[in-house]
Design a protein around this ligand. Structure first.
Ligand code: NAP
Length: 397
């Protein structure tokens, strides 16, 4: 972070119509600009936003714009033009070059898929704070990513709402006191359906998520429960919990984002309206927890908390993820790669919805799964799983 003077050009976000910063303690422990006059010294975080044109990226821009203490120094997209969005921009290509040029304090990795891996490893290796939405990179790289974090010694802050919630419930706790982490799943648009019901569902039906507005890949992952499978593996690596200590439950309103059971029978839960700006803001302004415009849950209006077990027969992607995670090695990377291939094929109309899990199951059965010693071996394992998925695509399509 750099020390510099900020002009009060942006209005800070405020909750529930009032400005909690007005006249009081502002972000990062300094009084806000309106309380102090036109300029004041504070720490500025230089933010690199990767995947700036996506669902997470656009919401992150809103957070950055509202906080003068966050300075956008770099932005990237996969193909859309982002000219002028930040001093350093890049469309596609090797994003570690962009990061080297920009030298950010925090990288918000909001790229979709395995393509986000080099940026994740770049930040972890250098001890640059990583705000991680791109769960696929941690799922695929697992042990390599944790080794990079160990070397770099920086912060790894989850942006996935469930993991941000779990991070907050777990922070400062003795791991020995934690019994189980519960990840909640909305159940997606096909909750309550049978396999027979799902035989002919369309792409548009699968993209109609009941509680979250997200990019197409994660929306399909939510419909198959692969998203929760990826999150299960992500939680294992983020929090160092064995798979039998991470439970998934369906919670249709997405009000409880995560819940941690402790060994004394008590539980801590993180609750609120489903709004990704909360975990994005938490990660970008950590540990200050800046204000956001999102209202707290209106408890007086009545809040019903419903939970149920996931239907793993209709949605096999969750059990496949647990199995891949427990087998370890590059099985999680293969799960992710095969899923990316299958979801792309579904979105292109080349594969039926139920075919997604068939492709992943058959790809997992055919790969080697041996642990990767380095990035080259991991990339090869990813390619092997993609080839396996492509080769089984034709017969099940
Ligand atoms: N959306 C959510 O609410 C949510 C919640 C939790 C976690 N996440 C995770 O956050 C990540 C992003 O999700 P999203 O919903 O924001 O996805 P999205 O809307 O599809 O956006 C993806 C972003 O990544 C860029 N991109 C795509 N392929 C790329 C490549 N090969 N190289 C570089 N950049 C590439 C896209 O650029 P173009 O626009 O130019 O294609 C876009 O900026 C995913 O890992 C997802 O699982 C999302």
């Amino acid at each position: 972070m750099v020390e510099r003077t900020v002009r009060g050009s942006h209005a800070p976000l405020s909750a529930k119509g009032s400005d909690p910063l007005e006249g009081g303690r502002g972000l990062f422990g300094v009084r806000n600009s309106r309380a102090r006059g036109p300029g004041y010294a504070c720490c500025v975080k230089r933010v690199a936003l990767l995947g700036a044109t996506g669902s997470i990226g656009r919401q992150a821009l809103e957070i950055v714009e509202a906080h003068p203490e966050l300075e956008l120094v770099a932005a990237s997209s996969g193909s859309q033009s982002i000219d002028g969005l930040a001093p350093h921009t890049q469309v596609g290509g090797d994003l570690t070059e962009l990061l080297e040029r920009a030298q950010p304090d925090v990288v918000l990795n909001a790229i979709v898929g395995f393509a986000g891996l080099p940026a994740t490893l770049w930040a972890l290796d250098r001890g640059v704070t990583l705000a991680l939405a791109n769960k696929e990179s941690l799922v695929a790289a697992g042990d390599l990513a944790l080794a990079a974090r160990e070397r770099g010694g920086g912060l790894l802050l989850p942006v996935d709402s469930e993991h941000s919630a779990a991070f907050q419930c777990l922070e400062g706790r003795d791991p020995a006191t934690v019994a189980t982490l519960v990840l909640t799943a909305s159940g997606g648009p096909f909750r309550g359906r049978t396999r027979a019901d799902l035989e002919h569902v369309t792409v548009d039906e699968a993209l109609a998520h009941p509680t979250w507005r997200m990019g197409p890949k994660i929306t399909i992952d939510s419909a198959t429960l692969a998203n929760k499978g990826l999150e299960l593996i992500e939680a294992h690596f983020l929090f160092g919990l064995d798979y039998d200590r991470v439970q998934v439950v369906v919670h249709p309103t997405s009000t409880v984002h995560a819940l941690v059971w402790f060994r004394d029978g008590a539980a801590l839960a993180h609750i609120g309206y489903p709004d990704m700006r909360v975990p994005i803001s938490y990660a970008l302004t950590y540990p200050e927890r800046a204000a956001t415009p999102i209202a707290p849950l209106d408890l007086a209006a009545g809040v019903t908390l419903e939970f149920e077990a996931p239907d793993e027969d209709t949605f096999p992607m969750l059990a496949l993820a647990r199995e891949a995670g427990e087998r370890g090695g590059t099985y999680p990377a293969a799960y992710n790669a095969a899923n990316e291939v299958a979801v792309a094929a579904f979105l292109e109309g080349r594969l039926a919805f139920l075919g997604i899990s068939d492709v992943v199951e058959r790809a997992l059965a055919s790969v080697d799964g041996a642990a990767a010693c380095d990035l080259t071996e991991l990339v090869e394992a990813d390619r092997e799983a993609r080839r396996a998925a492509e080769s089984v695509l034709e017969p099940v399509a």
